[in-house]
Design a protein around this ligand. Structure first.
Ligand SMILES: [Zn+2]
Length: 156
């Protein structure tokens, strides 16, 4: 499991600052879909809900379902079930060196790395392990290189 120092070096140092706000709902939706596709190589087919208040940015099962899952079948097809992304554009708090599920680009990438880790490795992985760090690093590089945080996803 990476230490805070490693997390700072491998993830936080790649961001121009520790809290980069997401300017609009549209950019949050588009950004999440791009990150998901990058991590899993499949499009996101679930729901995206934009919320406010204290709710954290997170992927959870849709209302009325206990579980959400995603499975790659041996024939290459993908089975989707009940995903709902909740993205809070209001929250402003960042605790510790992990960009903990707050609504900034840093936090959205972190949350995406949680949510996509099992699909990426096609098995159950433990949270905040070295594998997740690798995925979060790759997603961070992708997000920063493409300039998501600089408005590159804004619809014209
Ligand atoms: Zn986390």
């Amino acid at each position: 499991m990476p230490t805070e120092e490693e997390y700072d070096r491998i993830i936080n140092s790649r961001w121009p600052s520790s809290f980069i706000p997401i300017d609009s709902e549209q950019e949050a939706r588009t950004g999440l879909k791009r990150l998901w596709r990058k991590a899993t190589s499949f499009p996101f087919k679930g729901k995206i809900q934009i919320v406010s208040g204290n709710r954290k940015t997170w992927c959870r099962p849709q209302k009325g379902f206990r579980h959400s899952y995603y499975r790659r079948n041996p024939d290459g097809s993908v089975k989707w079930q009940n995903y709902c992304w909740v993205i809070n554009l209001d929250a402003t708090e960042s605790r510790g060196s992990y960009a903990k599920h707050v609504s900034c680009w840093n936090g959205l990438v972190h949350a995406a790395s949680h949510s996509c880790i099992n699909e990426y490795y096609n098995r159950r992985m433990k949270p905040h392990g070295n594998e997740q760090l690798r995925l979060e690093r790759d997603l961070t590089i992708y997000c920063v290189d493409k300039g998501f945080h600089l408005g590159s996803l804004k619809s014209k």
